[in-house]
Design a protein around this ligand. Sequence first.
Ligand code: NCD
Length: 334
Amino acid sequence: MVWTRRHILSLADFSQAEYDVVLQTASSFREVLSRRTKKVPTLQGQVVANLFFESSTRTRSSFELAAKRLSADTINFAAGTSSLSKGETILDTAKTYLAMGTDMMVIRHKEAGVPQAIAAEMDRLGVRVGVLNAGDGQHEHPSQALLDLFTICTLLDSEQPTLSLLEGKKIAIVGDILHSRVARSNIWSLTASGAEVHLAAPPTLLPKWFAEYVTDSDNQSAAKPRQLFLHWALDPALEDADFVMTLRLQKERMTSHLLPSLREYHQQFGITRDRLKRCKPEVKVLHPGPVNRGVEISSDLMDDPQFSLISQQVTSGVAVRMALLYLMGGGKVA
Ligand code: NCD
């Protein structure tokens, strides 16, 4: 296949072939990262700008490292110390980076739709700049879902990670689904694979209308009808699950009292060793980070390598982001 996507903004319309290309390409970069010299000249001379209008630890550092491992020049923008505070608009900020010769922009913003608006502006200007959504409001976070997918698929087959490995698997996504762009992107990729995706949260964090998030939309990229189930209790989602993805309670996005208390939340929806007994014996737990220890996941479980894939997710993130920048930068599909 030939990679034709200039921007990576959402996974809603990703095809099976695109998922597989990302997985294969990330797999070859994982091999590069295991070498003594962990660098390739692929993006030499290209400029990657990381425009983070919202806080980030792992996503920003991971994109920066990915770009550097590909030998690109990187520019990092931090909203707090920029001319935004002097009244410059976001589009003007993006155009400033364009004028410096930026080839790819990695954008995070607290409002949904900002990376899409910048991508549309770049297209309108007729410039060949690729825009990657590194998290827009509560909408999507494609690179996180792709690194989650890569982490799971390489566990199932470390040599040949492909989307179809997930067919028939049961995956529980637990926690603050309402505010989670990670959940939204993961729902697209995981349901496209033919896995059964079970969402579990209190009704305030998983409104009924959420079921329509997938069923209302275009179903073209899924192998089979997408299988998405909603639960307002944890146990039915965990029953025989192969993977459990737990999400941070996004207190900064909660505008009203959506929960009685964190302690009660942990009792009802917190992932603990005991709760995992309902799952398959070889179950693995994922979390995109940052973690509220002892709230969405018990502290001991988070650090237990028998169950936790959290540090593998962070490691996978660099290889997956190298793959995305490589493909957007016109790299050949293996
Ligand atoms: C997530 C994010 O920022 O969307 N974190 C991440 O990118 N690793 C999830 C979160 O903030 O809880």
